[in-house]
Design a protein around this ligand. Structure first.
Ligand code: GLY
Ligand code: MN
Ligand code: MN
Length: 445
């Protein structure tokens, strides 16, 4: 994290905002307090091993305590939140040390050896307390008013789209780490490494364990770039290298970055397509500011991408026609971006108001994850793509779209898989701060 920052002051201000959001949401839903559980360690079926622990967003929104299961945060409006830190009497594992950090002044920190001790430390009557988190067997006897009441969570999710200055600092740091990882990955790719070796280069440069990353890195060589959430990591490089699509992010204090870059290995034509695509992506980034309806940006992304497809001789019709005929969706079948924060696909992207309701997606665009009008403080990704996806191409070949696609050109590009370029943007009143480009520029220095 940037050492010039006063993290204690930033986190104190963040906690005030967090408290105010809870105060409003609890009052509106008729609760006197909230109990937020960090989550259990989930066992693997009939094994004494557990799945890696991942704390959920509603807990880490309060405190960046990311690796301690079985903690509880209890909040009552007007009172300092109580953090019950799980400290088992156990000689098999290392208990969490009572943390002393920039955030600890915001909570009343108390140890609890187990869930029974945590319950004993909480008020006897939880009859007006809303519980947030996974259920566990004893919860039924704790007497909470409701578990995960949708109306309360909806209000919190709606508010969370606007990031506090503390959260923006964390998101900048997450981008800084990702940029470092991406640079190392690009070097590994240029050296002919396998997908797994590239992924390990990314993880090492970020200085994180895989389980600490916000999502499994997508490292797709050649035609695998056409698989949107490609999940394999081949151990050996392909016989001939053409391209790499890498979608990989890091985490800072529980906040995610989500960054994609595409590289040509040695092909000048594909390299220039990537370069032109980068210009389109940057043009779309410059359309991001408070007051923009994300659905309009999504549709203009389709038009711009469709123009590029035409200019690059991949399609035979202009942008308007390609969008109207569903040709752009053959090559760009996902949403143009989403909210980003404590979760990679942050909650609340479709919410109409704090009370709920959904803002519909544009017709024909079922995968859009964000339909809200942007506000200052939103953090979004901008991630247009062009892919050569066999099942979608097959469908288009069988209908009226076939005549609008240059199949010879498509065939010559299939081996590259696709192009995606993804930056994280913090919305301001007049434009957007590109957290990712800034991080890459700083990394070069
Ligand atoms: N990394 C997943 C996404 O870009 O949405
Ligand atoms: Mn994304
Ligand atoms: Mn991504």
């Amino acid at each position: 994290m940037d050492e010039t920052l006063d993290l204690a002051a930033l986190h104190a201000a963040h906690t005030l905002t967090q408290r105010a959001r809870f105060d409003r949401a609890l009052a509106a839903c008729g609760y006197s307090g909230a109990l937020v559980y960090s989550g259990p360690l989930a066992p693997i079926f009939r094994d004494d091993q557990t799945h890696p622990f991942r704390v959920h967003a509603w807990f880490k929104a309060w405190v960046p305590l990311l690796d301690v299961p079985d903690c509880f945060l209890y909040y009552e409006p007007g009172r300092t939140p109580v953090l019950l830190l799980h400290q088992p009497r156990d000689y098999w594992h290392k208990a969490a040390k009572p943390p002393q950090s920039y955030w600890t002044a915001q909570v009343d920190l108390r140890p609890a050896a187990d869930r029974a001790a945590a319950r004993a430390a909480l008020p006897g009557d939880l009859g007006a307390t809303a519980y947030i988190g996974e259920a566990f067997p004893e919860l039924a006897e704790w007497g909470v008013a409701a578990a995960n009441p949708p109306a309360l969570l909806t209000r919190l999710d709606y508010d969370r789209a606007v990031k506090t200055p503390y959260e923006l600092a964390c998101l900048r740091e997450a981008n800084r780490l990702a940029a470092r990882g991406h640079r190392a990955a690009a070097r590994a790719f240029a050296g002919g490494a396998s997908e797994l070796e590239i992924e390990l280069a990314f993880v090492r440069a970020c200085g994180m364990r895989e389980q600490e990353l916000p999502y499994n890195p997508i490292v797709a060589l050649n035609e695998s770039g056409a698989v949107l959430h490609y999940q394999l990591l081949e151990r050996a490089p392909p016989a001939a290298l053409h391209s790499m699509l890498i979608d990989a992010g890091a985490e800072a204090a529980g906040y995610a970055s989500d960054v994609t870059r595409t590289y040509s290995y040695a092909d000048a034509d594909f390299a220039s397509l990537v370069e032109r695509f980068d210009e389109v992506q940057q043009a779309l980034c410059s359309g991001v500011h408070a007051g923009v309806d994300w659905r309009d940006l999504h549709l203009s992304a389709h038009r711009l991408v469709a123009e590029l497809l035409h200019e690059s001789d991949i399609t035979t019709c202009d942008g308007e026609e390609a969008v109207a005929a569903g040709v752009s969706s053959v090559f760009l079948p996902h949403g143009i971006g989403h909210l980003l924060g404590l979760q990679v696909h942050d909650a609340g992207g479709l919410l109409r108001s704090p009370e709920g309701g959904e803002i519909p997606r544009p017709e024909g665009h079922p995968h859009l994850r964000l339909t809200r009008v942007l506000e200052e403080g939103f953090v979004v990704t901008m991630e247009p793509g062009i892919y050569f996806i066999d099942p979608l191409l097959e469908q288009a070949r069988g209908d009226a779209r076939a005549a609008k696609i240059n199949w010879t050109r498509v065939e010559s590009l299939r081996k590259f898989g696709g192009i995606r370029i993804e930056d994280d943007l913090a919305v301001t009143s007049s434009g957007a701060e590109n957290l990712t480009r800034d991080a890459f520029a700083a990394e070069r220095e």
